[in-house]
Design a binder for this molecule. Structure first.
Ligand code: BTN
Length: 253
């Protein structure tokens, strides 16, 4: 039991024991006309999805596996910014509930001690000129005492980092509260208002990084993001480059 401090987000909550992916279900519910703010939560996902076609490991009863239906009046090319907005909201929620300062790995990972604790996935359904719905998925490792061996180096859970059993419902309620606030603020004021907060929590800003994009790999100093959420890197030739999507590598010093 948790009290929601939101106006729209989580007003309708669909809870399932086992699903393939809450993303799939949310797309369905969106198509059936469900309102913005409707969320789908599951105890377990058998085919959890990550970014770039990856799998998202979602064992029973140990995490927050949720998707929320959004219907923003945004231009299609502005939609990816929602990932960054959500990342800041989730960092704040983790801090408020557990005291842990997670950091953001551009564009959509949340890290604690350089290991991934949560990921964000935004998927859009759109007509040629208009967004129909955006399904924002959040996956967070909360209670896992162990992660599979192959993920040991790269993944963690709140339990592993903090040694406390965080109440998933309370955390979910806090995520919805922060998300609603950041979402509304973003729609009203744009990313430039949220950007300083994003940059303050982001890992690797001002440091040497490599961004592996679909078409190219850029190495240099991470400068921050643009008002559109595009990553800015000063490459070794002294040129400022903009990276739209990809994976980051940090260099350990
Ligand atoms: C990533 O880091 O690549 C994104 C991971 C997103 C996982 C969440 S869990 C709830 C929702 N349902 C899914 O199948 N994926 C997202």
């Amino acid at each position: 039991q948790a009290t929601l401090a939101t106006e729209r987000f989580g007003k309708k909550v669909i809870v399932r024991d086992e699903v393939t992916s809450t993303q799939e279900l949310a797309h369905q519910f969106a198509q059936e006309g469900n309102e913005e703010g409707t969320i789908i939560v599951a105890e377990q996902q058998t085919a959890g999805k990550g970014r770039l076609g990856r799998k998202w490991y979602s064992p029973k009863g140990t995490g927050i596996w949720m998707s929320i239906i959004l219907r923003p009046s945004l231009a299609i090319q502005e939609a990816p910014q929602l990932t960054l907005v959500a990342a800041v909201a989730v960092v704040r929620a983790i801090k408020n509930v557990t005291g842990i300062e997670a950091s953001i790995k551009w564009p959509n990972d949340l890290l604690i001690n350089d290991r991934k604790v949560a990921g964000i996935l935004t998927e859009m359904q759109a007509d040629p000129d208009r967004i129909q719905s955006i399904i924002l998925g959040i996956g967070m490792n909360v209670l896992q005492e162990e992660v599979p061996e192959e993920l040991e180096e790269i993944a963690t859970s709140l339990w592993k980092e903090k040694g406390v059993q965080v109440d998933r419902t309370a955390l979910l309620a806090e995520i919805l509260k922060e998300l609603e606030w950041f979402y509304d603020t973003f729609l009203q004021s744009g990313l430039q208002f949220i950007k300083p907060m994003w940059e303050a929590h982001a890992r690797g800003m001002g440091e040497r990084i490599t961004a592996r994009g679909v078409n190219e790999t850029v190495t240099g100093t991470a400068l921050g993001i643009t008002d559109q959420g595009v990553l800015r890197i000063l490459d070794d030739k002294g040129n400022e480059r903009e990276v739209y999507s990809g994976d980051l590598d940090f260099f350990h010093t």
